[in-house]
Design a binder for this molecule. Structure first.
Ligand code: BDR
Ligand code: CA
Length: 311
Protein backbone atom coordinates (compact mmCIF):
# COMPACT_ATOMS: atom_id res chain seq x y z
CA UNK A 1 0.00 0.00 0.00
CA UNK A 2 0.96 3.58 -0.59
CA UNK A 3 2.25 5.43 2.49
CA UNK A 4 0.49 8.72 3.15
CA UNK A 5 0.17 11.45 5.75
CA UNK A 6 -3.19 13.25 5.85
CA UNK A 7 -2.96 16.90 6.87
CA UNK A 8 -6.44 18.17 7.74
CA UNK A 9 -8.82 20.61 9.48
CA UNK A 10 -12.00 18.54 9.99
CA UNK A 11 -14.58 19.63 8.72
CA UNK A 12 -17.37 17.33 7.48
CA UNK A 13 -15.76 16.85 4.06
CA UNK A 14 -12.38 16.20 5.70
CA UNK A 15 -14.15 13.50 7.71
CA UNK A 16 -15.31 11.89 4.45
CA UNK A 17 -11.70 11.86 3.24
CA UNK A 18 -10.45 10.24 6.46
CA UNK A 19 -13.18 7.59 6.21
CA UNK A 20 -12.23 6.89 2.61
CA UNK A 21 -8.58 6.40 3.53
CA UNK A 22 -9.29 4.26 6.59
CA UNK A 23 -11.68 2.13 4.56
CA UNK A 24 -8.95 1.38 1.99
CA UNK A 25 -6.12 -0.36 3.90
CA UNK A 26 -5.14 -2.50 0.90
CA UNK A 27 -4.18 0.56 -1.10
CA UNK A 28 -3.39 3.09 1.63
CA UNK A 29 -1.06 2.90 4.61
CA UNK A 30 -2.03 5.93 6.72
CA UNK A 31 1.14 6.74 8.69
CA UNK A 32 -0.53 9.51 10.63
CA UNK A 33 -2.95 12.41 10.58
CA UNK A 34 -1.67 15.92 11.25
CA UNK A 35 -4.17 18.61 12.13
CA UNK A 36 -4.08 22.30 11.34
CA UNK A 37 -6.13 25.37 12.19
CA UNK A 38 -8.57 26.10 9.38
CA UNK A 39 -12.29 25.47 9.33
CA UNK A 40 -12.19 25.84 13.12
CA UNK A 41 -9.31 26.44 15.57
CA UNK A 42 -6.68 23.77 16.16
CA UNK A 43 -8.08 22.39 19.43
CA UNK A 44 -11.30 21.52 17.62
CA UNK A 45 -9.74 20.11 14.45
CA UNK A 46 -7.51 17.91 16.64
CA UNK A 47 -10.51 16.68 18.59
CA UNK A 48 -12.61 16.19 15.45
CA UNK A 49 -9.94 14.11 13.72
CA UNK A 50 -10.00 11.68 16.64
CA UNK A 51 -13.81 11.55 16.76
CA UNK A 52 -13.77 10.60 13.07
CA UNK A 53 -11.18 7.84 13.63
CA UNK A 54 -13.30 6.45 16.45
CA UNK A 55 -16.44 6.50 14.29
CA UNK A 56 -14.40 4.54 11.74
CA UNK A 57 -13.47 1.99 14.41
CA UNK A 58 -9.77 2.87 14.03
CA UNK A 59 -8.73 4.33 17.40
CA UNK A 60 -5.13 3.20 16.82
CA UNK A 61 -4.66 5.89 14.16
CA UNK A 62 -1.98 8.39 15.15
CA UNK A 63 -3.20 12.00 15.29
CA UNK A 64 -0.73 14.86 15.79
CA UNK A 65 -1.67 18.49 16.38
CA UNK A 66 0.17 20.87 14.07
CA UNK A 67 0.12 24.66 13.68
CA UNK A 68 -2.53 26.77 15.38
CA UNK A 69 -2.20 29.76 13.03
CA UNK A 70 -1.03 30.51 9.48
CA UNK A 71 2.67 31.24 8.91
CA UNK A 72 2.33 35.02 8.95
CA UNK A 73 -1.33 36.00 9.21
CA UNK A 74 -4.20 35.81 11.64
CA UNK A 75 -6.39 32.73 11.27
CA UNK A 76 -9.61 32.91 9.24
CA UNK A 77 -12.14 30.19 10.06
CA UNK A 78 -15.30 28.85 8.40
CA UNK A 79 -17.90 28.18 11.09
CA UNK A 80 -20.48 29.63 8.70
CA UNK A 81 -20.02 26.48 6.61
CA UNK A 82 -19.09 23.78 9.13
CA UNK A 83 -20.87 24.96 12.30
CA UNK A 84 -19.39 25.93 15.64
CA UNK A 85 -17.79 22.54 16.29
CA UNK A 86 -16.51 22.17 12.71
CA UNK A 87 -18.36 18.86 12.56
CA UNK A 88 -21.93 19.94 13.20
CA UNK A 89 -24.66 17.43 12.37
CA UNK A 90 -24.26 14.18 14.35
CA UNK A 91 -23.95 14.00 18.14
CA UNK A 92 -20.28 14.44 19.00
CA UNK A 93 -18.68 12.39 21.76
CA UNK A 94 -15.52 13.14 23.73
CA UNK A 95 -12.80 11.07 21.99
CA UNK A 96 -10.89 8.62 24.17
CA UNK A 97 -8.02 7.86 21.79
CA UNK A 98 -5.00 10.01 22.60
CA UNK A 99 -3.58 12.96 20.74
CA UNK A 100 0.12 12.18 20.11
CA UNK A 101 2.60 14.30 22.03
CA UNK A 102 4.82 15.10 19.06
CA UNK A 103 4.04 18.29 17.13
CA UNK A 104 2.50 17.58 13.71
CA UNK A 105 5.24 19.44 11.85
CA UNK A 106 7.94 17.43 13.66
CA UNK A 107 6.09 14.22 12.77
CA UNK A 108 6.07 15.21 9.09
CA UNK A 109 9.81 16.05 9.16
CA UNK A 110 10.79 12.92 11.08
CA UNK A 111 8.67 10.61 8.93
CA UNK A 112 10.06 11.96 5.68
CA UNK A 113 13.60 11.57 7.01
CA UNK A 114 13.11 8.04 8.31
CA UNK A 115 11.07 6.49 5.47
CA UNK A 116 12.88 5.69 2.20
CA UNK A 117 13.03 8.74 -0.08
CA UNK A 118 10.15 8.99 -2.57
CA UNK A 119 7.79 6.69 -0.68
CA UNK A 120 5.58 9.08 1.32
CA UNK A 121 2.73 11.10 -0.21
CA UNK A 122 1.36 14.19 1.53
CA UNK A 123 -2.42 14.55 1.26
CA UNK A 124 -3.55 17.97 2.36
CA UNK A 125 -7.17 18.90 3.06
CA UNK A 126 -6.76 22.26 4.79
CA UNK A 127 -4.55 25.35 4.78
CA UNK A 128 -0.97 24.39 3.86
CA UNK A 129 0.59 25.77 7.05
CA UNK A 130 2.07 22.51 8.40
CA UNK A 131 3.67 21.60 5.08
CA UNK A 132 4.97 25.12 4.47
CA UNK A 133 6.47 25.17 7.97
CA UNK A 134 8.04 21.71 7.55
CA UNK A 135 9.64 22.68 4.21
CA UNK A 136 10.93 25.91 5.78
CA UNK A 137 12.58 24.37 8.83
CA UNK A 138 13.76 21.17 7.10
CA UNK A 139 14.33 21.83 3.38
CA UNK A 140 16.15 18.47 3.12
CA UNK A 141 12.78 16.68 3.29
CA UNK A 142 11.38 18.30 0.15
CA UNK A 143 13.19 15.94 -2.22
CA UNK A 144 12.06 12.96 -0.18
CA UNK A 145 8.31 13.53 -0.75
CA UNK A 146 6.78 11.22 -3.34
CA UNK A 147 3.93 13.54 -4.31
CA UNK A 148 1.58 16.13 -2.84
CA UNK A 149 -2.13 15.69 -3.52
CA UNK A 150 -4.08 18.67 -2.25
CA UNK A 151 -7.55 20.14 -2.12
CA UNK A 152 -7.32 23.84 -2.79
CA UNK A 153 -7.67 26.60 -5.34
CA UNK A 154 -9.99 27.25 -8.24
CA UNK A 155 -9.92 28.45 -11.81
CA UNK A 156 -13.25 28.57 -13.63
CA UNK A 157 -15.17 28.32 -10.34
CA UNK A 158 -13.07 31.12 -8.83
CA UNK A 159 -13.64 31.73 -5.10
CA UNK A 160 -15.67 30.52 -2.14
CA UNK A 161 -14.22 32.64 0.68
CA UNK A 162 -13.56 35.77 -1.41
CA UNK A 163 -14.64 36.42 -5.01
CA UNK A 164 -11.15 35.33 -6.11
CA UNK A 165 -9.91 32.73 -3.61
CA UNK A 166 -10.67 29.26 -2.35
CA UNK A 167 -10.60 28.86 1.46
CA UNK A 168 -7.58 26.54 1.99
CA UNK A 169 -5.26 28.66 -0.13
CA UNK A 170 -6.67 31.97 1.13
CA UNK A 171 -6.09 31.14 4.80
CA UNK A 172 -2.34 30.65 4.32
CA UNK A 173 -1.19 31.90 0.91
CA UNK A 174 2.46 32.10 1.98
CA UNK A 175 2.45 28.41 2.92
CA UNK A 176 0.69 27.58 -0.35
CA UNK A 177 3.35 29.50 -2.24
CA UNK A 178 6.11 27.48 -0.59
CA UNK A 179 4.37 24.28 -1.66
CA UNK A 180 3.67 25.36 -5.25
CA UNK A 181 7.28 26.53 -5.65
CA UNK A 182 8.77 23.38 -4.09
CA UNK A 183 9.39 21.65 -7.42
CA UNK A 184 7.56 18.54 -6.20
CA UNK A 185 4.92 16.72 -8.23
CA UNK A 186 1.62 18.32 -7.14
CA UNK A 187 -1.90 17.15 -7.89
CA UNK A 188 -4.53 19.85 -7.29
CA UNK A 189 -8.21 19.22 -6.62
CA UNK A 190 -9.70 22.70 -7.07
CA UNK A 191 -13.32 23.86 -6.71
CA UNK A 192 -13.67 23.15 -10.45
CA UNK A 193 -13.63 19.46 -9.56
CA UNK A 194 -15.14 19.46 -6.09
CA UNK A 195 -18.19 21.47 -7.14
CA UNK A 196 -19.07 18.52 -9.38
CA UNK A 197 -19.28 15.96 -6.56
CA UNK A 198 -22.56 17.03 -5.00
CA UNK A 199 -24.31 15.26 -2.14
CA UNK A 200 -27.63 14.63 -3.87
CA UNK A 201 -30.45 12.83 -2.01
CA UNK A 202 -29.93 9.33 -3.44
CA UNK A 203 -26.16 9.48 -2.87
CA UNK A 204 -26.61 10.35 0.79
CA UNK A 205 -29.38 7.82 1.22
CA UNK A 206 -26.92 5.16 0.06
CA UNK A 207 -24.57 6.19 2.89
CA UNK A 208 -27.42 6.22 5.41
CA UNK A 209 -28.52 2.78 4.21
CA UNK A 210 -25.13 1.32 5.18
CA UNK A 211 -26.56 1.36 8.70
CA UNK A 212 -23.08 1.57 10.23
CA UNK A 213 -21.68 4.15 12.67
CA UNK A 214 -19.52 5.71 9.96
CA UNK A 215 -22.27 5.65 7.30
CA UNK A 216 -24.82 7.23 9.63
CA UNK A 217 -22.36 9.86 10.88
CA UNK A 218 -21.47 10.73 7.29
CA UNK A 219 -25.13 11.15 6.31
CA UNK A 220 -25.81 13.30 9.39
CA UNK A 221 -22.77 15.47 8.71
CA UNK A 222 -23.96 16.05 5.16
CA UNK A 223 -27.45 16.93 6.40
CA UNK A 224 -25.89 19.89 8.20
CA UNK A 225 -23.09 20.68 5.75
CA UNK A 226 -25.25 20.92 2.65
CA UNK A 227 -27.56 23.53 4.13
CA UNK A 228 -24.97 26.19 3.38
CA UNK A 229 -24.59 25.42 -0.34
CA UNK A 230 -28.18 24.50 -1.03
CA UNK A 231 -29.44 27.70 0.60
CA UNK A 232 -26.72 29.99 -0.67
CA UNK A 233 -26.18 28.71 -4.19
CA UNK A 234 -29.36 26.73 -4.83
CA UNK A 235 -27.23 23.71 -5.77
CA UNK A 236 -28.47 20.11 -5.64
CA UNK A 237 -26.29 19.30 -2.62
CA UNK A 238 -22.97 20.16 -1.02
CA UNK A 239 -19.62 19.75 -2.75
CA UNK A 240 -17.67 17.01 -0.97
CA UNK A 241 -14.31 18.67 -1.55
CA UNK A 242 -11.68 16.81 0.46
CA UNK A 243 -12.33 13.12 -0.34
CA UNK A 244 -11.41 13.90 -3.96
CA UNK A 245 -7.79 13.83 -2.75
CA UNK A 246 -8.05 10.27 -1.44
CA UNK A 247 -10.23 9.12 -4.34
CA UNK A 248 -7.41 10.20 -6.66
CA UNK A 249 -5.00 7.84 -4.90
CA UNK A 250 -7.46 4.98 -5.24
CA UNK A 251 -8.78 5.64 -8.74
CA UNK A 252 -6.87 8.35 -10.60
CA UNK A 253 -8.85 7.52 -13.74
CA UNK A 254 -11.89 9.23 -12.17
CA UNK A 255 -10.20 12.61 -12.69
CA UNK A 256 -9.06 14.67 -15.66
CA UNK A 257 -6.86 17.72 -15.68
CA UNK A 258 -3.90 19.53 -17.18
CA UNK A 259 -0.27 19.86 -16.20
CA UNK A 260 0.06 23.64 -16.01
CA UNK A 261 1.68 26.52 -14.19
CA UNK A 262 -0.06 27.60 -10.99
CA UNK A 263 1.11 30.59 -8.94
CA UNK A 264 -0.31 31.88 -5.67
CA UNK A 265 -1.20 35.55 -5.17
CA UNK A 266 0.23 36.68 -1.83
CA UNK A 267 0.07 40.47 -1.94
CA UNK A 268 -3.07 41.84 -3.60
CA UNK A 269 -5.95 42.91 -1.37
CA UNK A 270 -8.51 41.97 -3.98
CA UNK A 271 -7.18 38.62 -5.08
CA UNK A 272 -5.17 37.38 -2.08
CA UNK A 273 -4.87 33.59 -2.14
CA UNK A 274 -5.95 33.25 -5.75
CA UNK A 275 -4.50 30.27 -7.63
CA UNK A 276 -3.45 31.93 -10.86
CA UNK A 277 -3.75 28.85 -13.05
CA UNK A 278 -2.43 29.06 -16.61
CA UNK A 279 -5.09 26.67 -17.95
CA UNK A 280 -4.74 27.91 -21.52
CA UNK A 281 -0.94 28.06 -21.52
CA UNK A 282 -0.77 31.77 -22.26
CA UNK A 283 2.36 32.44 -20.18
CA UNK A 284 5.84 31.01 -20.59
CA UNK A 285 5.98 29.93 -16.96
CA UNK A 286 6.93 26.29 -16.40
CA UNK A 287 4.19 23.82 -15.47
CA UNK A 288 4.44 22.95 -11.77
CA UNK A 289 1.15 21.20 -10.97
CA UNK A 290 -1.50 18.90 -12.38
CA UNK A 291 -4.65 20.96 -12.01
CA UNK A 292 -7.76 18.82 -12.22
CA UNK A 293 -10.84 20.06 -14.02
CA UNK A 294 -13.27 17.17 -14.28
CA UNK A 295 -14.42 14.11 -12.34
CA UNK A 296 -16.69 11.11 -12.79
CA UNK A 297 -19.03 12.01 -9.91
CA UNK A 298 -21.04 8.77 -9.95
CA UNK A 299 -17.84 6.75 -9.90
CA UNK A 300 -16.59 8.88 -7.03
CA UNK A 301 -19.71 8.33 -4.90
CA UNK A 302 -19.77 4.61 -5.67
CA UNK A 303 -16.18 4.36 -4.39
CA UNK A 304 -16.86 6.50 -1.31
CA UNK A 305 -19.94 4.52 -0.32
CA UNK A 306 -18.31 1.16 -0.88
CA UNK A 307 -15.25 2.05 1.19
CA UNK A 308 -17.19 3.68 4.04
CA UNK A 309 -19.24 0.49 4.00
CA UNK A 310 -16.10 -1.47 4.93
CA UNK A 311 -15.66 0.44 8.19
C1 BDR B 1 -12.13 23.59 1.60
O1 BDR B 1 -12.34 24.47 2.69
C2 BDR B 1 -12.89 23.78 3.77
O2 BDR B 1 -13.97 24.50 4.26
C3 BDR B 1 -13.24 22.41 3.30
O3 BDR B 1 -13.01 21.46 4.33
C4 BDR B 1 -12.32 22.18 2.13
O4 BDR B 1 -11.08 21.66 2.55
C5 BDR B 1 -13.05 23.96 0.46
O5 BDR B 1 -12.80 25.26 0.03
CA1 CA C 1 -10.74 20.77 4.78
Amino acid sequence: PRKIIIDTDPGQDDAAAIFLALGSPEEIDLLGITTVAGNVPLALTSKNARIVCEWAGKPGTKVFAGCDAPLSRPLVTAEHVHGKTGLDGPDLHEPTMPLQEQHGVDFIVETLRSEPAGTVTLCTLGPLTNIGKAFKIAPDIIDRVQEIVLMGGAYFEVGNITPAAEFNIYVDPEAAQIVFRSGLPIIVMPLDVTHKVLTTGPRIQALRDLGTTAGTAMAEMVDFFERFDVEKYGSAGAPLHDPCVIAYLLKPELFQGRHINVEIETTSDLTLGMTVADWWGVSDRMPNATFMGDVDADGFFALLTERIGRL
